[in-house]
Design a protein around this ligand. Structure first.
Ligand SMILES: Nc1ncnc2c1ncn2[C@@H]1O[C@H](COP(=O)(O)OP(=O)(O)OP(=O)(O)O)[C@@H](O)[C@H]1O
Ligand SMILES: [Mg+2]
Length: 284
């Protein structure tokens, strides 16, 4: 197993995902490059069908990409067999599903749910109690999922996901089934976990989530349309040098062509539509 030292927990390169459906092939991801550094919380947003869940399933090792690579702490998920991948998933990758019931085992208490994962990840069972106290579920240690609210169940799911220092917690629409007050508490839980240094990627349509997360990746039609960081919007340039135009501007570039001009003095690149009246430049 290859291990390369990088500052990134997760590194996606050229991810392509093609599904075969009855109506033909669907290209869910069209070459996604994304790095998630350790200790960062990243939101993945964008229109329905844009590829968020596909990307998260591949990052979580639940599905293989059609092409491209995903490395988690330097381990290439595509290069390991299915048993090793299951072991890696158990040790390094945590997944929080949309529906609270999918995240928990109905006959176990909150403390037991978290303790099982703690032990599997080489920690003492009492790490579970500390984790539940940290996320403000210290008074619910002996409650089974059926005795918790939906919001408490999702907070428990995050506590379970975070125990034992996984590389990353991957959460697909974790607040979608919750009302706004419970969503807020789940976000508070993510904040509390953030202080412990966890790395989280969360796909969401919830504006509240986007408001509270500093790093937002916008995925549209299987490609990264833009990245928003602390109020600034960036275009993404992939590892082959491709850059995505903002969608509202496509029609300004008829024929799918642009003229690029790099200004050495200004240190910037201008992208403008071709002017049909302009004489083509002949390089002699
Ligand atoms: N198992 C599958 N088989 C066939 N097509 C699929 C499969 N899973 C996803 N797709 C297609 O891939 C594209 C991306 O889907 P995906 O679920 O990743 O989008 P999403 O951004 O998570 O959408 P939403 O916001 O609705 O959850 C869609 O066109 C979808 O129909
Ligand atoms: Mg989805």
């Amino acid at each position: 197993m290859d291990r390369t030292e990088t500052g990134d927990r997760v590194r996606c390169r050229g991810l392509v995902k093609i599904y075969s459906a009855a109506t033909g092939q669907v290209q869910a991801l069209r070459g996604v490059d994304l790095d998630i550094p350790a200790g960062r919380v990243v939101a993945v947003v964008g229109p329905s069908g844009g590829g968020k869940s596909s990307l998260l399933r591949i990052m979580a090792g639940l599905e293989r990409a059609t092409a491209g690579s995903v490395t988690v702490d330097g381990i290439d998920l595509a290069q390991v067999g299915s048993r090793a991948r299951r072991r890696l998933r158990a040790r390094l990758l945590s997944h929080v599903y949309q529906r609270p019931v999918d995240n928990l085992i109905s006959h176990l208490t909150a403390a037991q749910q978290v303790a099982r994962v703690a032990v599997r990840r080489g920690q003492r069972p009492d790490a579970a109690v500390a984790m539940l106290e940290r996320v403000d579920l210290g008074t619910r240690l002996d409650h089974r999922p059926g005795e918790l609210s939906g919001g408490e169940q999702q907070r428990l799911a995050f506590a379970r996901a975070a125990v034992g220092a996984p590389s990353i917690i991957i959460a697909d629409e974790p607040t979608a089934e919750l009302d706004s007050a419970n969503s807020t508490r789940v976000l508070d839980t993510i904040d509390l976990l953030f202080e412990t240094g966890v790395t989280v990627v969360v796909a969401t349509h919830d504006p509240q989530v986007v408001e509270r997360i500093d790093h937002v990746v916008i995925l549209r039609d299987g490609a990264i349309e833009a990245i928003e960081e602390r109020g600034r919007t960036y275009a993404a340039i992939d590892h082959t040098g491709r850059i995505q135009l903002p969608p509202g501007l496509h029609h300004r570039f008829p024929g799918g062509r642009a003229v690029l001009a790099w200004s050495q003095e200004a240190g910037h690149l201008t992208v403008r539509p071709d002017d049909p009246g302009e004489q083509p430049r002949r390089d002699s």
